[in-house]
Design a protein around this ligand. Structure first.
Ligand SMILES: CC(=O)SCCNC(=O)CCNC(=O)[C@H](O)C(C)(C)COP(=O)(O)OP(=O)(O)OC[C@H]1O[C@@H](n2cnc3c(N)ncnc32)[C@H](O)[C@@H]1OP(=O)(O)O
Length: 382
């Protein structure tokens, strides 16, 4: 069964807050749910499917109760950063199979003013964390290996933050709005060699939500039509194939599946939302998805290709996780939201891609290069 064209994104909402000491996480979920339902022109009573991940307090049934929903299909797949990209694919499958017709998907978290989520979770976390195997260090290892194998430089990685900052300056809600230079990035404090502070995503409170529905219902609503035409998901772990190569992600499997289902190639993509927990995350995924050859990501990004209005692949035009918003390590939702804004023509005019009719939203969750999941969504304006 293909999901191509069988599910539309009819409502989106990104919470404007990046700092919410006075709200509970459940309250943020409720606020983004309300925003997405209103954006679609629906009411809460219309929702018959609900999707959330590990950030939902208590999981599915407390949230369904708290939100006051009456649903016939639920899904709480948890794959870290790419959870919500996977949810979009799963919602499309459920809609195509007739399990639900209007699905609500919510993300919210407050790692900035509340506790940070657990780091480096995994079967052996108890033994690894003691030796410094935290999120930052795992991504640092990937960056170091990429530099060793392909000659990638810190200056090249810095270009990714530079591009994100060029976009974030136009986003009034972005946590960091100053345009930064390559020198700013490489002179910022070292966090996990070779990654500097500015190679990292921000830590924010906030959230986002979307409504996924059938073609018929979407067409009866007022919003510009955006549909999912290809989806892929994959996981990588060293024991699955005795593969300790840190320079590629599971995007090498999720990407081609999504492109094949959509019937398009990387060259056709007009806008890219690429998961950006760290600069190295973006660089590796660009290569894994086929936007450039393996090992050539450094040149691709330092040629300015990610900057809207300048390069050939405008990325994360909201400022992304690197500058705008990265609630609770599950940035996949915000990747979808900005892709939909671009396809609707609702991105900020300074970063809107002209005639944007085909976009990709892609992300990973877990420890890049090591054990993690990836998910790729190809979205089309109808
Ligand atoms: C699957 C996944 O998503 S994995 C990714 C999960 N997420 C993460 O790992 C979070 C990564 N980011 C971080 O851990 C933090 O933002 C850090 C370590 C980079 C910085 O934290 P701290 O050193 O505590 O910075 P702090 O909050 O004290 O801010 C100090 C300054 O740095 C700036 N700053 C903080 N974070 C960043 C950032 N990511 N990029 C650029 N500047 C930053 C602040 O604005 C502040 O500037 P100011 O002095 O001009 O006011």
């Amino acid at each position: 069964m293909t999901i191509k064209g069988k599910a539309y994104i009819a409502g989106i909402y990104e919470h404007p807050t990046r700092h919410a000491p006075d709200k509970s996480t459940a309250q943020l979920h409720a606020e983004v749910a309300k925003g997405a339902i209103e954006d679609a022109g629906l009411t809460k009573a219309d929702i018959d499917g609900y999707f959330c991940a590990g950030d939902a307090p208590g999981g599915l049934w407390p949230m369904v109760d708290y939100l006051g929903l009456k649903v016939r299909h639920v899904d709480s797949t948890e794959t870290g950063g790419c959870s919500y990209l996977i949810h979009l694919g799963h919602a499309a499958e459920a809609i195509a199979a007739g399990k639900c017709s209007i699905a609500l998907v919510t993300l919210a978290g407050k790692p900035r003013t509340g506790p940070m989520p657990p780091r480096a979770a995994g079967a052996e976390a108890d033994f690894e964390v003691a030796y410094g195997a935290t999120t930052h260090n795992a991504y640092g290892m990937c960056a170091m290996r990429h530099m060793h194998d392909y000659g990638t430089t810190s200056e090249q990685l810095a270009w990714i933050k530079v591009a994100a900052s060029h976009h974030a300056q136009h986003n009034p809600h972005a946590m960091l709005r100053d345009v930064v230079t390559v020198e700013d990035v490489i002179n910022s404090p070292m966090i996990s060699d070779p990654l500097h502070r500015m190679d990292c995503c921000v830590v924010t409170d906030g959230g986002g939500a979307m409504i996924v529905t059938t073609p018929e219902i979407a067409k009866s609503l007022k919003k510009p039509l955006v549909r999912l035409i290809g989806h892929g998901e994959a996981m990588k772990g060293p024991r699955g194939g005795k593969d300790l190569d840190l320079t590629y992600s599971a995007g090498v499997w999720s990407g081609p599946r999504a492109f094949e289902e959509a019937g398009v190639t990387p060259k056709d993509i007009k806008y890219a939302s690429i998961y950006d927990s760290f600069t190295i995350t973006v660089l590796m995924q660009l290569e894994d998805l086929g936007f450039c050859k393996k090992g050539e990501g450094g040149k691709f990004v330092s040629d300015g290709n990610l900057i809207s209005g300048v390069g050939k692949l405008p990325f994360n035009t909201d400022g992304g996780g690197l500058c705008s918003n990265h609630p609770v390590n599950r940035g996949g939702m915000t990747k979808i939201l900005e892709a939909v804004r671009q396809l609707r023509g609702e991105a900020h005019p300074k970063v809107q891609v002209p005639n944007c009719d085909l976009a990709i939203a892609h992300g990973t969750g877990g420890l890049l290069g090591v054990r993690h999941a990836a998910s790729t969504c190809i979205l089309e304006r109808v």
